[in-house]
Design a binder for this molecule. Sequence first.
Ligand code: KG4
Ligand code: ZN
Length: 358
Amino acid sequence: MICLGVETSCDETALALVRDGSLVDSVLATQVDVHALFGGVVPELASREHYRFLGPLFDALMQRAGLKTQDIDVYAVSRGPGLLGSLLVGVAFGKALALAMEKPIVGVNHLHAHLLAVGLEKKLCFPSLGLLVSGGHTHIYRMVSPRHFEVLGRTLDDAAGEAFDKVGKILGLPYPGGRLMDLLARRGTAHEKLFPRPYTDNNNLDFSFSGLKTAASAYIAAHWKHASPLVSLEHPEQAPQDLCDVCASFNLAVVDTLCIKMSRALDRNPDIGTVILAGGVAANRLLRQRLQDLVLSRNGQLLTPTPELCTDNAAMVAYTGWLLAHAGGQHPLDFEVIPRGRSLPDDMLYREGNLASA
Ligand code: KG4
Ligand code: ZN
């Protein structure tokens, strides 16, 4: 079974093909440069860029894979959460192809896809605990099956990636700042007590990163000048030592906070040994190391996709679509697009007899 995945939930336009659970090929056009001028994603520009790129990307992908549209057995599209206009462009593209080619379509939960993506590289097992850390979301899930995810904790305000990006902006670093702060943190020395571990003095699995952002901005305002415009991903060596130290302290505060809650989640789910880490922030080196140590100390295993599969991509959408379609699932053509802030309905239809395996 060949599944085409379409991803347009934010600022990456991406398409990928998965055949029988393995990646055939993928293409991606990033809009980072367009939005960097504004210091954040501009929704209207994002939709226009998706609209501009989808057609040519589809032709390029099919040509490279040596496949024809008729060869695609099922379509999978990110249906949310994300930017409404951006999602609509991708979903309309997928629905039009499915309608014209008379093939089934699956609307994919973008957040679930981030966590399931590792199945392209390693064997998934259920139940698992999933930590999704991206620019828009910080969620802890109990993953019961590819279809059933139970939310155990979520951020009450800023997402972890958003906190990195906002503090990066205050430091005068180019947007998005997360990856660069990670690089600078590796060159710095962290001061453990400089920043708080927010919202950990409680009994739950939720997060709140806005207080950490406020603490960091107050510290930066009092002690720090704006970073040199020469500091960039290409030139981290231009960063002075004290900038690297601030990044290291902030990085440690975010990673400690995530690990405190994950340790608690493991305590409360003693039947689970496998943790999946995904989303853009999962590329963070310290987070990967610390979570690996935590899981190993409990004789468990950590599954993390390679960095290309951590950030937004269509391989994860195609793979999730394939998993769900393989189990007999599909959506009616009038399925809804779900913007950020609304939960996705469980409205997938299943062929009789296949429900149990989903
Ligand atoms: O999952 P993603 O590509 O997009 C969505 O938000 O859906 O995540 C992007 C986020 C950005 O906030 C970016 O700054 C952050 O992931 N990020 C990182 C790292 N690489 C990307 N944050 C910390 N350390 C990194 N290495
Ligand atoms: Zn994402």
